[in-house]
Write a protein that binds this ligand. Sequence first.
Ligand SMILES: [Zn+2]
Length: 257
Amino acid sequence: MAEPLRNTDDGDRPGRGAGHRGGDRTGPGGGRPAGGRAAEPAEAQDAARLWADVVATARRTVADGLVVGTSGNVSARLGDLVLVTPSGVPYDRLTPADLTGVDLTGRQVLGTLVPTSELPLHLAVYRTTDARAVVHTHAVHATAVSTLVPELPSVHYMAAALGGPVRVAPYAAYGTDELAGNMLGALAGRSGCLLQNHGTITYGATLDQAYDRTAQLEWMCRLWLTASSVPGLAPSLLTEAQLAEVGERLKGYGQRR
Ligand SMILES: [Zn+2]
């Protein structure tokens, strides 16, 4: 079992130490969940597989430089169950036994590690969209942009892949319902947004899609910062109509069978 660290924002939850929640520790392979309902074997297998994907995606955010330490979090939905990375545990230490699951109200139903302190963000997305996966990071270029503008200027057509110009949700303290509310406003009609002076959040139908949207968002922010940093010049921007046209074409993009 991984031991949580206490040196990140996500790990700093006074009075709520990881590993001291009531209930027996259970994993997906057997035993009773903390919530009391015995998981069916098939459900447990699905949860175990999805947990492995959640952990792999979280590790990828670190390997690709989108997250430093444990300053981000990843979740995926399986029916009414949300698997989510725990608070303050380095992703390379997470094992199958660390599976952490909550219901859509945030009640812990699997595992004993404390879920990420950003749980309200993840749950707000699942309650209001058809998301099956959510990725949250403090990626450096995206976070830099979140301190400069209320909306990422449309320097590239890939903004259409996120539903249009990417908004910045007004600042509120991490882990609060206020931040979740601000985020939902910025996400209207979008599959990703920036959180002012904080980071990124994207969602998708799969963990890969949510991850790719975060990577694209960080890349677009880096692109705008690069283009707008040339003295005496300002980048040309795409119109809403140009983005909408690309949005239509992206719906049919990909390998044809
Ligand atoms: Zn955060």
